[in-house]
Ligand binder design. Structure first.
Ligand code: ADP
Ligand code: MG
Length: 265
């Protein structure tokens, strides 16, 4: 699976009107199919901006190469077939039911291999809800859902089209422990089907527990891109987050960040 489907981000620059260089000349190591890459960094480091620029929501300069082609130059629909994006802030005021919203997501940019006949599309939506253990939400209007339930539905909307590249912006921030684990297991399974996953996780321990690789962003640049254990060192945490911490191994062999008593404690 290596080689062909890797994604290279090269010299990417993106920002907003009046704030052009939020991401500046950013280059990563190749993002590998089958792997979860965590994107971490302090507030306002540019994590969401990076995802938005990859998905095409904001303009960007530079290159994102897959199969020797620059995704940034793809027309909107072609890019939407390849990439799905789950935003950090979910839109409010959606009167559709959960299953209707999934059908709408599928029909918005139908994939070649997926029929657009309504019964088949509906079956696919119900199958996914079943798989994600949220069938009980199927007929609820999205407006009535809790923050965590909305987050699960938003994830379902992102994955129903089975994108090659899945971008998730803090998908577990509103979830209880059960669904945090369920979502991360699900994302891992999805990755293992040869998909490329870039996931913003602001909880470093989640990144250490679940990610295969991590990118630590600092001031719009890659501070370090490596295996999570090599990225989240005490030195990196001190320099980037200004916090003194120890990195310890848990009983099950995972690394964990333990914040030390701070002077004001
Ligand atoms: N729509 C926007 N317009 C202008 N500036 C923005 C917008 N969204 C984010 N920014 C700015 O870009 C910087 C990076 O934001 P963001 O990418 O959301 O950070 P992160 O996701 O790492 O917390 C921040 O300084 C933020 O104020
Ligand atoms: Mg963000």
């Amino acid at each position: 699976m290596k080689g062909q489907r890797e994604v290279y981000i090269k010299q990417l620059t993106a920002g907003y009107p009046g704030k052009p260089g939020i991401i500046r000349q950013l280059t990563t190591r190749p993002l590998q199919p089958g792997m979860i890459t965590a994107l971490a960094g302090p507030n306002a480091a540019g994590k969401s901006t990076l995802l938005k620029s990859i998905t095409g929501l904001i303009p960007a300069h530079g290159e994102i190469i897959m199969d020797q082609k620059n995704i940034l130059a793809f027309p909107v629909l072609k890019r939407a077939k390849l990439i799905s994006y789950m935003p950090q802030y979910l839109p409010f005021d959606i009167s559709l039911s959960v299953v209707e919203s999934l059908v709408a997501s599928l029909k918005a940019s139908p994939l070649d291999q997926i029929s657009t006949k309504l019964p088949e599309v509906k079956k696919r939506a119900f199958d996914l809800l079943e798989e994600m253990d949220i069938m009980h939400l199927a007929t609820e209007p999205i407006n009535n859902l809790s923050g965590g339930q909305r987050q699960l539905v938003s994830l379902a909307q992102a994955i129903i089209r089975e994108p090659e590249i899945l971008l998730l912006d803090e998908p577990t921030s509103a979830l209880d422990l059960h669904y945090q684990v369920a979502v991360m297991k699900w994302v891992k399974q999805y990755a293992r089907r040869g998909k490329i996953i870039l996931i913003v996780l602001h909880d470093i321990n989640m990144a250490l527990r679940w990610a295969d690789e991590a990118i630590l962003l600092h001031n719009g640049k890659v501070y370090r891109h490596d295996k999570p254990g090599a990225v989240f060192t005490k030195e990196a945490i001190r320099e980037v987050y200004h916090v003194d911490a120890d990195i310890e191994s848990t009983g099950s062999g995972h690394l964990q960040v333990i914040v030390k008593d701070q002077p004001f404690d």
